[in-house]
Design a protein around this ligand. Structure first.
Ligand SMILES: Cc1cc2nc3c(=O)[nH]c(=O)nc-3n(C[C@H](O)[C@H](O)[C@H](O)COP(=O)(O)OP(=O)(O)OC[C@H]3O[C@@H](n4cnc5c(N)ncnc54)[C@H](O)[C@@H]3O)c2cc1C
Length: 385
């Protein structure tokens, strides 16, 4: 089926930009575990990271389906959108629930590339996926909140000016419903670091610039609160649907990259006097991954459509994320197998993409938790936790 012309146009523009950042660029960053700042700057200058910001604040006012195409195409070109994707989905929470003053204060700067909104502080070491038991506290003191606690896996914190932070404002035993009592803040990290906020990088199996963030009597203005106090969990759920759809789109891009690489290699690598791709033992896994990717892709498009219509995309976003991350991981494994020993050689980029693709069946939400959501909320099975 022919793609909408505006989406095809975005694809071409992203692809052209990505050509400036070939495998050698990513290999070097990966080796050094260095942030791909030049790539993120190029995306920002081209306006891609401001895609979702309304035109009145200096962005392009596009919908999530366009943002998803941007992220997919970055991955399909062999680049790594993880360096920048949070700006897209954190943005959505600010757009939906931020005050007019907050939008006017931050969005034009973000759209112009002067401010980076790349950090999203939810996960904590002791609460894990059980977000409602997080312990970081924000206590109101006059015109300020005082923050104490710790976050983990706060990616890109060292490369962001702003952080969306989820903290508890009312103790858990004092709220009527367990989803109440958490609040969302937009923290200006330029003022916070060294004044109650400390960031420590975590080295991981792939280049992801993730960190631990410690809060020790950090004071932030009360105006940093997004929406109403105590309603933060509800706000981030909507942002998380956008996040899941965008990451699912990235997984589709990864799967396309693996399938294209495997197909190309299978045609040119000759063993026993014939291209390995002549063997159905090589063809079938590639064909199966293609079918799996296409099915997941349909769900990603559907989820973006439901989200863009303003509906509750919870089920679709979760299914898209699960199916797409499984499709990309299956394609990653297939691509290594197709390449034989060369799948492990750095210069082919397959091993790097393989490590990068592994993340997405775990983060930002793991497969078990998605299955649990579907079982309980869609199928009406009894709650298990
Ligand atoms: C590289 C990286 C970057 C990240 N970036 C960010 C970020 O920017 N901001 C942020 O806030 N977080 C971030 N995260 C955190 C990420 O969202 C979590 O790691 C993820 O949600 C899983 O949570 P957990 O690690 O605490 O696992 P846990 O909750 O400890 O779960 C461990 C395992 O147990 C399973 N499990 C748990 N409970 C159940 C149950 N009831 N039934 C069945 N299975 C269960 C899970 O599925 C998982 O497989 C990042 C993580 C990584 C690794």
């Amino acid at each position: 089926m022919q793609e909408r012309e505006d989406l095809a146009e975005i694809r071409r523009a992203v692809r052209a930009l990505c050509e400036e950042f070939p495998g050698e660029y990513w290999r070097e960053k990966d080796r050094e575990r260095a942030y791909p700042g030049e790539f993120v700057d190029a995306l920002t200058r081209a306006g891609f990271l401001a895609a979702l910001i309304p035109e009145e604040y200096g962005g392009s006012g596009l919908k999530l389906d366009s943002a998803a195409v941007i992220m997919e195409e970055i991955q399909a070109a062999g680049c790594n959108g993880a360096a920048a994707h949070a700006q897209m989905y954190v943005m959505n929470t600010l757009l939906r629930y931020g005050s007019e003053e907050q939008k006017r204060t931050y969005l034009p700067g973000i759209a112009a590339g002067e401010l980076r909104l790349q950090a999203f502080g939810v996960s904590e070491p002791t609460s894990g996926t059980d977000t409602l038991s997080l312990k970081t506290r924000a206590v109101r003191d006059g015109d300020e909140y005082v923050i104490n606690g710790q976050k983990i896996w706060t990616s890109r914190a060292e490369h962001s000016d702003l952080m969306a932070l989820l903290a508890r404002t009312t103790p858990r035993d004092q709220v009527a419903s367990k989803t109440e009592g958490l609040s969302l803040f937009l923290v200006d990290m330029r003022k916070a670091v060294g004044n109650g906020m400390t960031i420590k990088p975590i080295r991981t199996m792939m280049n992801h610039s993730t960190t631990e963030v410690f809060f020790d009597e950090l004071r932030i203005p009360a105006s940093a609160l997004i929406g109403e106090e105590g309603k933060g969990f509800r706000y981030i759920l909507s942002g998380m649907n956008a996040e899941r759809i965008l990451i699912a789109a990235e997984c589709i891009g990864d799967a396309k990259w693996f399938i294209e690489r495997a197909t190309g290699y299978a045609k040119e690598r000759s063993v026993f006097g014939a291209p390995i791709g002549k063997n159905q033992g090589i063809q079938f896994p590639i064909a199966r991954c293609y079918a799996q990717m296409r099915a997941a892709e349909l769900m990603v498009h559907h989820a973006a459509e439901v989200y863009d219509r303003g509906g509750n995309a919870g089920a679709e976003a979760n299914m898209a994320k699960m199916l797409a991350s499984e499709a990309s991981w299956a394609a990653a494994d297939m691509c290594v197998q197709t390449h034989g020993g060369f799948g492990f050689a750095e210069e082919y980029d397959v091993e790097r993409k393989f490590r990068e693709a592994r993340l997405y069946t775990v983060a930002p939400i793991s497969t078990n938790l998605i299955l649990s959501y579907l079982a309980e909320h869609v199928l009406g099975l009894p709650r298990s936790y």
